[in-house]
Design a protein around this ligand. Sequence first.
Ligand SMILES: [Zn+2]
Length: 396
Amino acid sequence: MDARTYVARWLVDGLGERVREHGLVTVERGRIVEVGSARSGRVSSKHDVDLGECTLLPGLVDAHVHLVWNAGPTPHEEVALEPSPARTVLRMARRARAMLRSGITTARDLGATDSLSIPLADAIDAGDVEGPTVLAAGRAVAMTGGHAWHIASEADGPDAVRRAVREEIKRGARAIKLMASGGVYDRTARIDQPQLTADELAAGVAEAHRAGLVVAAHAYTPTAINLALDAGADTIEHGSYLDEPTALRMRDAGRYLVPTMMAAHLIARRAERLGTPEYMRRKAERVRDAVRAAVTAALRIGTPIAGGSDSGGAGIDHGRLAHEARLLTECGATPLQAVAICTSHAATAIGLGDSHGSLEEGKAADLLAVRGDVSADIGALADVVLVVKGGSPTDP
Ligand SMILES: [Zn+2]
């Protein structure tokens, strides 16, 4: 593929605080080969694209999605009613395409029935299906009857957890998800109920790390978060009741919080219209209020944060990560920090920081152009003009 240069009024590299006026990015053979200034009127070749009054930034990275879930009132139960895995995976392909068109060029899938996220990720890589690069965990690993067991492999005892992790690795998982506590979707388990034990978490993390995989631990309260951190988990999913000592511990250890703020917000807001059960609405309302305080504290303390949507959950349509960015700014992040959290920080959190998540020479040519200046208005992130993945443009 020939080199192509994209020029825009604003350029945000995804790394931090800098916005460049009249920036350009040149891509060639799927990689970024130049990031620079367009003042000298560089749009010359017929392949070049002048995006005008847009911001050019890295494609978004969503560290927490469920392609297998349908965003319906009870996705965790509805997934068990799908007529066949083949039919399910075709629905997943449609959701993956919606995510890509919203500007998400990389995503980590943290739980799918039958490990269906893995063949889907392979199909996307092969070009059979349009979608973001998917880092798939396959099935999550939960205790018997544990959180979201429909999308998990149930395992009890360290040996069984080790085997469950090995099974997903055998199927081709590129991430591992462990359920360390109850959650919003569980009818009976409380959110603060610890689930996989210290021994089980340690066995699962050790096995994943031996294979070079990042471990995501679902945990809401300090008790479960600290158990997961003790075991060596790399990212804490939700973490909505994070307290200050735990936030400091995570900062000092360089572990990422993936707060998925939008999940509780959307479940609470849409529950009535969707017909989501009362127990879920009540839990989501409490989590929504708690996570705001947790993220505000984490931002102040400097705990690493990665953007994640929990897409597929009740009322959480795929491809809405811009909403998470907006909620982050309501907790004190600047628009550029929110962009960094949903691009380079998320890429680093999931282990792809060297190759994805920022506009830097040598990285994957995953670009997003949105109308307006995103550094002045985070809402611009939802006004997608162009998505480029691996150097190839997609229609928004
Ligand atoms: Zn989730």
